[in-house]
Write a protein that binds this ligand. Structure first.
Ligand code: HEM
Length: 446
């Protein structure tokens, strides 16, 4: 009997070691092995600067944005099992795409919940990408070698909005149809805008061709491009030396020794970072011992925190999705515009500007804003190079006094857009006239 038990144990441990190449003891070696023997974990470094796990460093906003992207991918794939991008009228007298929405709500097991999750995560992602960008700028994290990652981030931000917008049309209800129509009308004002609009819609107006194009962009093209750019974004964070921090943190509190775990065989893990190969390369000795007492193992503290944020995001989103239904109005009717016809909320600032002046509000101001923000780090570098004594490079320092003007302007830009969006959502009624928020207005904006 004992022999049988021994054999079963040996079999079990062979199976275990074929899956996991480590145990979970408290040594530096194990902590490293856990990180680089797991495909999901190895994307992150074995050791990180202790500032990286502090809430005030990143507030986890980029992480939340990433999780929302993952949730959108999973719920989006599940929704694809039930959706058809067709405007053809079915036996129930309704366009196919719209009738699939009704079906989701009433006949598919937890279908309404699935749709709600997808919808609220999409809105959430737009909001969180904006908050993430604000934190990056206000903590000076767009500088110190991270300029190019800022540009990649901006492209990701624009793609996030476009991904959300292409999805907005798919339910093919009045809200979707007129919301998207308004957006594509704005595109017409731009030089070459009519051509882009034509390519996007595949027709002279929003119709069945547009639905198929938006669908393909929404479920295939944009997610794949974004997935790739997110990978580049993360790769750059590692190559740029982790999250932004002040140039010298050696005077900050050191990590207590026990955090490093037992150090086996006088291993390199406590005393130096493992850049031994680099040291062989001819040239100056690499400065790898810098700040070694501020570096900590990513396992388990970082990974546990990341899991907690994931659970919080999924939990909160589930709650919202149980409590609030995603809007669905009557089926799209190209002959009966809603009045007002509002674009989704993130475009309402733009729509509000257009209501004052088509070209200046719809093209000039947004063009300057998007271009200016995207190349902001380079504009700062240009000034620094041209003007002596001009230094705005304070990576990882929240509200650096030297950056007061820049920060104030950036916050001003956010407030400007927020005010326009609030006016667009709550204070615009029929014929775009000013109304009070407590007067009921249908016609979109959410
Ligand atoms: C799909 C959109 C995006 C995702 C999923 C994403 C994700 C992330 C994550 C996970 C981080 C690590 C720190 C953190 O959790 O906050 C990060 C850092 C960073 N992101 Fe993003 N991001 C996105 C969009 C943007 C945008 C719009 C910008 C700016 C225009 C941006 C610029 C940066 C920069 C410069 C860093 C490095 C910050 C540092 O070193 O402290 N990202 N991003």
């Amino acid at each position: 009997m004992n022999e049988l038990m021994e054999k079963a144990k040996a079999l079990g441990s062979k199976f275990y070691s074929s899956v996991f190449r480590h145990n979970f003891d408290n040594t530096g070696l194990t902590k490293s092995k856990i990180m680089f023997s797991n495909v999901l974990l190895h994307i992150q470094p074995v050791k990180i600067h202790k500032r990286s796990i502090k809430f005030k460093t990143s507030m986890g906003l980029g992480l939340v944005t990433f999780y929302l992207f993952l949730i959108l991918t999973v719920t989006g794939i599940l929704l694809m099992f039930h959706y058809v991008p067709s405007t053809a009228i079915g036996p129930d007298g309704l366009p196919d795409a719209y009738s699939r929405m009704l079906n989701l709500r009433s006949n598919v097991f937890w279908g309404g919940f699935l749709r709600n999750m997808h919808r609220w995560a999409a809105h959430g992602m737009v909001a969180f990408v904006a908050l993430h960008m604000l934190r990056v700028y206000l903590s000076g994290a767009h500088r110190g070698g991270r300029e190019f990652n800022w540009v990649i981030g901006c492209i990701l931000g624009l793609l996030t909005v476009f991904l959300s917008y292409t999805g907005y049309l798919l339910p093919w209800d009045q809200l979707a149809f007129w919301g998207v129509k308004v957006g594509t009308e704005i595109a017409k004002i731009a030089p070459g805008g009519a051509l882009i609009r034509g390519i996007l819609l595949g027709d002279t107006d929003v119709g069945s061709e547009a639905l198929i194009r938006f669908y393909v962009l929404h479920v295939a093209v944009l997610p794949v491009v974004m997935g790739f750019l997110i990978a580049v974004h993360f790769f750059r964070i590692r190559k740029d030396g982790g999250l932004a921090r002040p140039a010298d943190t050696t005077n900050e509190k050191q990590i207590p020794d026990e955090e490093f775990g037992e150090v086996k065989n006088a291993s390199v893990f406590k005393s130096a970072r493992s850049y031994k190969l680099v040291e062989i390369v001819k040239g100056k000795e690499p400065k790898v011992n810098e700040e070694v007492d501020q570096m900590m193992f990513a396992w388990p503290k970082l990974i546990v925190r990341e899991l907690i944020v994931l659970l919080a995001v999924v939990g909160f989103l589930s709650l919202i999705s149980v409590l609030f239904d995603a809007p669905l109005e009557g089926p799209a009717d190209p002959n009966h515009p809603t009045n007002p016809s509002k674009a989704p909320w993130y475009f309402l600032g733009l729509q509000e500007l257009v209501s004052y002046h088509g070209f200046i509000g719809g093209i000039v101001i947004p063009g300057i804003m998007v271009g200016g923000v995207m190349f902001l780090p380079y504009i700062e570098i240009f000034q620094e190079t041209m003007i002596k004594g001009f230094n705005k490079n304070y990576p990882g320092k929240w509200f650096a006094r030297e950056r007061n003007l820049e920060n104030a302007l950036f916050i001003g830009l956010y407030i400007f857009m927020l005010v326009l969006i609030i006016i667009g959502v709550y204070f615009r009624g029929e014929n775009w006239a000013i109304v009070y928020p407590w007067e009921h207005v249908s016609g979109g904006g959410h």
